[in-house]
Ligand binder design. Sequence first.
Ligand code: MLT
Length: 257
Amino acid sequence: MEKMVSLVFQEFGEGIPVVFLHGFALNHTIWNPVVPLLRSEARLILPDLRGHGRSESSDGPYSMDLMAKDVKCMLEKLEIEKAVLVGHSMGGYIAQAFARYYPERLAGLGFVATRFTPDTSEKIQARFKTIRSVEKHGAEVIAEDMADKLTTRLDLVPSLYNMIKKTPQAGLIGGLKGMAQRIDSTDLVRGLRIPWVFVAGVKDAFVPVEEARAMTAGLASDRYFEAAEAGHMPMLESPEVVADALKLLLRLVENRD
Ligand code: MLT
């Protein structure tokens, strides 16, 4: 039986609940630049995921299903029946697991710099190599490896480095193991009957823009957004593009009800 963890979150505004799921080794503060752009449009809920930020850790693996369950439990506690989920990278994998298990609770999906496919065998091997180094040397290994690849904006690198370095070791290892186990969600996303939008960073070193274009080929072109100057962190690098995508998503969700 998995240990359940209560997620620590911040909340702003009122209206349709929109839950923002940050990526691996990060925390809810990455969404801060989009909050002022959206807080008059919806109820924004920004949790720290299990083992990240100020939320509790547990022993891993943190499967994407388990982290989706954490989000479902948070919504139950808040007495929210249905929400829009916005997922960045690993947060996008969690949003996909949520769509698989709790479709009745989902009003719409925003994907930011993420993918629908599982890890390749090379990627799984690389994740386990990273786990061994984190076990030996701590979070700094990931901060060193990731911080400057996340963004093209040099001024953002120090705060991303610190955010990663402060992430609990159990959270990093749990997340890496969980991501390595995830299954393919391509058909699930293609079959979605709720509105969804996708934001890609043209300079993303983790999800190349060509891959984002191919993944979203069947999506109406006005629901696919590219941030020309962004890397893997469009919410920090081009918050207005992310906000525009989410405003469209909110309109689509409102028109369905
Ligand atoms: C993330 O930003 O969440 C990770 O880079 C995703 C991954 O490693 O697949």
